[in-house]
Design a protein around this ligand. Structure first.
Ligand code: FAD
Length: 277
């Protein structure tokens, strides 16, 4: 596992209490020696400061960190300012996204799609940043078709991405099929699998509806049958996701990116199972 590209995602805490909790989470997860931590970015810049502050704190603790950067609602000038600030702080990694505008937010900014952001970052900063982009093995919810979505992905990579991280999924075949199609279309960069640990049924259903991840029927029914029994949900979730990760790694996935939800326990438990097997 150590040779794999293994990373962990956080979101910027909104309160002092959340920041304190994240410090403890990061300290625990650092023991797993991930390659880097990434920190999400609110579309429209709502957590711009929080993203940078969180990244700087992680770097100050001696770990590598990547801010996410979403371009929707941004202008060339605003993105240029963010890039030069990141550069000035010695940040070398970036997860480049279009992002989603909150409803009622009005018109989008000067960038329509993530490939335009990647192109702009390369124009402005050359090879300074290692750029990751998003990939959707189960198809992005707004895509006109799976073929269009694949072409959009290829465009992002051609614009200069070094690697990709997928949306989370629980169907390994969707991932393998996507990677095969991307490779047939000429993509050679690593496509790291995004992994969402299962710890909370309601939250999982809500997120999955929004981002277009499918929860297999048998998993959904089993989780629902546990009701409020959180221990059973977590134990079953750990089994399902461990098996998924094992299949992905055995099938050649170049790495795993854990959506930690700022919690240490689930990612640590998964990790321990994976290194044991
Ligand atoms: P794009 O690659 O631009 O694709 C968006 C949609 O447009 C797709 O349906 C695509 O098929 C379509 N498309 C692309 N190009 C064209 C074209 N030329 N013509 C027509 N259609 C086109 N969101 C945040 O706000 N902050 C974050 O920090 C964040 N982190 C994320 C991290 C990962 C690993 C992932 C997988 C997602 C993350 N997201 C984040 C969510 C992401 O912003 C949304 O999924 C968003 O809707 C799409 O972003 P994208 O970069 O994939 O967009």
């Amino acid at each position: 596992m150590a040779s794999h590209n293994f990373s962990i995602e956080f979101f910027p805490p909104k309160t002092a209490e959340g920041a304190e909790k994240l410090r403890a989470t990061r300290a625990k997860l650092s023991e797993l020696h991930p390659k880097y931590f990434s920190v999400t970015f609110g579309a429209g810049g709502s957590t711009q400061r929080g993203t940078l502050d969180t990244v700087l704190e992680i770097m100050a603790a001696g770990e590598d960190a990547a801010p996410h950067l979403s371009c929707v609602g941004g202008t060339r000038e605003s993105i240029r300012a963010i890039l030069s600030e990141y550069k000035a702080h010695g940040i070398k990694r970036l997860v480049a996204l279009r992002g989603d505008l909150p409803s009622g937010y009005g018109a989008a900014g000067e960038f329509r799609y993530a490939n335009e952001l990647v192109e702009f970052v390369r124009q402005e900063t050359g090879d300074w940043f290692h750029i990751e982009v998003a990939a959707y093995p189960e198809v992005h919810p707004q895509a006109r078709s799976p073929q269009d979505d694949l072409q959009a992905f290829v465009r992002k990579v051609d614009a200069g991405a070094n690697a990709a991280i997928t949306q989370y999924f629980y169907n390994a075949d969707a991932y393998f099929q996507f990677v095969e199609q991307a490779q047939k279309a000429g993509v050679t960069v690593p496509i790291v699998a995004g992994i969402m640990p299962i710890t909370n049924y309601t939250q999982l259903m809500r997120f999955s509806d929004m981002c277009g991840a499918e929860i297999p029927r048998w998993v959904r029914l089993k989780l629902a049958s546990f009701g409020d029994d959180s221990a059973s949900i977590k134990a079953f979730g750990l089994d399902v996701v461990t098996q998924l990760c094992e299949r992905l790694l055995q099938g050649g996935a170049p790495g795993l990116h854990f959506y930690s939800m700022n919690q240490a326990a689930a990612t640590t438990a998964l990790w321990q199972r994976l290194v044991k097997d």
